[in-house]
Design a protein around this ligand. Structure first.
Ligand code: NAD
Ligand code: 6OD
Length: 489
């Protein structure tokens, strides 16, 4: 059974409630998960608060950062365990978890320890009205107990993307992993204990959103800040709930990200980029592309090559080295994605490839499989081209002018990411600057430097994390002003 991790100990939820952790590859039961009660969430928040006042709060920055390096090293040492847990929960290819999710889980601790170690302090010298000098300097204090609420698509990566900087800045955390993917958050508790992170610094409570651990945590008076990654609607519910306690929030939400392909683009680079951004992780990446705008002279070639690339994807078990395409996270999500596949037909689209559920052998028939799908013939304003699907699919739409492409790319309430394919360096700069997104890539996709700002505008979120920007959320900044009455000049 997967247990809650509170105050350095694995515990069953006090209400005795459990739910299933299901393998989306074949629908089999991986484990039962112990759901945290309101009382358990209280205990986790109290443990986190005690740790702040205790050993964690009194550690030096260097000691704290050394411990985070040890966490990263232990994740690396136990990489196979983490990969196995992530793969079982998500069904993603072993190769993807071993190249992306788990190494990034470790990197998130190292990078943010380095950021915090190296961040300078802001100082200003000035003079009081009596002419005596004064020195102003900014101090950063941890926010306190941070609630970390996570989605299921990149479970360890996205959780540590929050936990790494939160701990580096001296906070303690209570994590609520997605009910679909509780395993790696739980496993990280073993790592924390092994390397000697004081008890109560890292806590995990399992459960759902409303009337469960998610709501109990985000409405808890003992937390000081909430960092959330997930759907825009859920983010709105959390903001409403947090308003009562005036809690700072960081929101990384949904998207409907465009890719824009100009006629001068290198088509090999473009197709490689699009194949990743549309289909990687079975399209379940918030930064993924679901709208592709292609300049008319290369439109047919891009549609054909992208459909061919989709045809090369091999669904199969995560451990199967020949397979490079996993299932969706759950039967429920499969139902949602399929409803858009149906809607695409109703809205007059043509599925150039895919459009349904693939024939899978044996017990894989019970998994949440879906075909990678490319549509043409859908209008820019159609629902399929406007609403986040979060599946391995995209709409391809032709354009004639740069202005038209920009108008369509920006015509969305979301503003998370975009990718532009062109060899024209002037256009690359001009177009990237005009995109209303948090992250614009040119001739690539999901190339991440963790020191850079990350986040979305509009319905895609509030705030930026990454590098020093994470410090803005995870620390409270105060200014100290010292007047030198003795008259140092
Ligand atoms: P979700 O919003 O359904 O759930 C996310 C988490 O919130 C889960 O842990 C869930 O249990 C919890 N939750 C749900 N309702 C809650 C409530 N009322 N109070 C407190 N907690 C609650 O999202 P998901 O389906 O797990 O993930 C997919 C979504 O996440 C997509 O929309 C995707 O775009 C988005 N996402 C965004 C980013 C980003 O960086 N912007 C990254 C990954 C995923
Ligand atoms: O790379 C990251 O730091 C990050 N937050 C990625 C988000 C991916 C969304 O699914």
């Amino acid at each position: 059974m997967i247990l809650n991790f509170i105050d350095g100990q694995y515990r069953e939820g006090s209400a005795g409630r459990r739910f299933d952790d299901v393998n989306p590859v074949d629908g089999s039961l991986i484990s039962r998960v112990s759901e945290a009660s309101k009382g358990d969430v209280d205990d986790a928040v109290r443990a986190a608060r005690d740790a702040l006042a205790g050993p964690w709060g009194s550690m030096t920055l260097a000691q704290r950062c050394d411990l985070l390096y040890a966490v990263a090293a232990e994740i690396d040492r136990r990489a196979e365990d983490f990969i196995a847990a992530e793969v079982a929960d998500t069904g993603k290819p072993w190769s993807l978890a071993s190249h992306l999710d788990i190494p990034r889980g470790a990197a998130n601790f190292r990078v943010f320890a380095d950021v915090v170690r190296n961040v300078p302090t802001e100082t200003f010298t000035s003079h009081a009205p009596d002419g005596k000098p004064a020195l102003n300097y900014a101090l950063r204090r941890p926010k306190g107990v941070v609630a970390v609420v996570c989605p299921w698509n990149l479970p360890l990566l996205l959780m540590t993307w929050k936990v790494g900087p939160a701990l580096a800045c001296g906070n303690t955390v209570v994590v609520k992993p997605s009910e679909e993917t509780p395993a790696t958050a739980a496993l990280l508790g073993e790592v924390m204990n092994k390397v000697g992170v004081p008890k109560g610094v890292y806590n995990v409570v399992h459960g759902f959103g409303p009337d469960s651990a998610g709501e109990f945590l985000t409405t808890h008076p003992g937390i000081d800040a909430i960092t959330f990654t997930g759907e825009t609607r859920t983010g709105a519910a959390i903001i409403r709930a947090s308003a009562e306690g005036i809690k700072p929030v960081s929101m990384e939400l949904g998207g409907k990200n465009p890719a824009i392909v100009f006629e001068d683009a290198d088509l090999d680079v473009t197709i490689a980029g699009l194949t990743r951004s549309v289909f990687e992780n079975t399209g379940q990446v918030c930064l993924g592309t679901e709208r592709v705008y292609v300049q008319r002279p290369v439109y047919d070639a891009v549609v054909q090559k992208l459909a061919e690339a989709a045809g090369q994807l091999k669904p199969g078990r995560p451990q199967d080295k020949a397979a490079n395409f996993g299932p969706l996270i759950s039967a429920e999500h499969q139902g949602k994605v399929l409803s858009y596949y149906k809607l695409a037909m109703e809205e007059g689209g043509t599925a150039v490839c895919g459009g349904g559920i693939p024939e899978m052998p044996g017990d894989l028939k019970s998994g949440a499989w879906i075909e990678p799908t490319v549509w043409t013939g859908l209008a820019h304003g159609s629902r399929v081209a406007s609403e986040e699907i979060f599946g391995p699919c995209c709409v391809v739409i032709p354009f004639d002018t740069e202005a038209e492409a920009l108008r369509m790319a920006n015509d969305t309430p979301y503003g998370l990411a975009a990718s532009v394919y062109t060899r024209d360096i002037d256009r690359a700069h001009r177009f990237a600057a005009a995109l209303k997104v948090g992250i614009a890539w040119v001739n690539t996709w999901f190339l991440r430097d963790l020191r850079t700002p990350f986040g979305g505008s509009g319905s895609s979120g509030i705030g930026r994390e990454g590098g020093v920007h994470s410090l803005e959320f995870y620390t409270e900044l105060s200014n100290v002003c010292i007047k030198f009455n003795g008259g140092v000049q």
